[in-house]
Design a binder for this molecule. Structure first.
Ligand code: HEC
Length: 137
């Protein structure tokens, strides 16, 4: 299909349509890359920054609860862990999106949370660690 130079209005509309389509593609590509981290790199982040407080295996609580199978589950669901009231009041399941917000700023996301951790400022670290958490099943 050719844009007709004799009809500048439809030519402009076609151009705007292409621009919107390109922006949509760019948006889809960037959100996909934010969601898809690298589990191997995430394991290294976990060992460096989370493992002091969290075990990756079922039934082992440290300063923080076990993170085995945490992706998709309700917050404050490990039975024998003494969560803060703020975490117990948090009803949003730990989807990758919720984890992403929480790990960016743990104490700002769920107000009053007792995870004394400043968070992961680097988005790639967050995506990778979330990808690793998804393997804990
Ligand atoms: C200094 C210790 C500490 C560090 C470091 C830490 N956490 Fe936590 N984490 C906690 C504590 C304590 C809680 C319970 C919070 C509450 O009850 O308010 C918690 C809660 C959580 C929860 C909610 C669990 C549930 O069962 O609802 C997730 C998810 C989590 N942490 C992920 C991480 C990840 C991923 C890292 C590393 C990037 C990390 N944490 C680093 C101490 C820590």
């Amino acid at each position: 299909m050719q844009d007709s130079p004799a009809d500048p209005v439809s030519g402009a509309i076609t151009m705007i349509g292409r621009l919107i389509f390109t922006l949509m593609l760019a948006g889809a590509a960037s959100s996909a890359s934010a969601a898809e981290g690298d589990p191997a790199a995430g394991k290294a982040v976990f060992q460096r920054t989370c493992e002091n407080c969290h075990a990756a295996v079922i039934g082992v609580n440290k300063v923080g609860p076990s993170l085995w199978n945490v992706v998709g589950r309700k917050p404050a669901a490990v039975p024998d862990f003494a969560y803060s009231d703020a975490m117990k009041a948090n009803k949003e399941a730990w989807t990758p999106t919720a984890l992403e917000a929480y790990l960016a700023d743990p104490r700002g996301d769920v107000h009053g949370v007792k995870m004394f951790f400043k968070g992961l400022p680097n988005p790639a670290d967050r995506a990778n660690v979330i990808a690793y958490l998804q393997t804990l099943k």
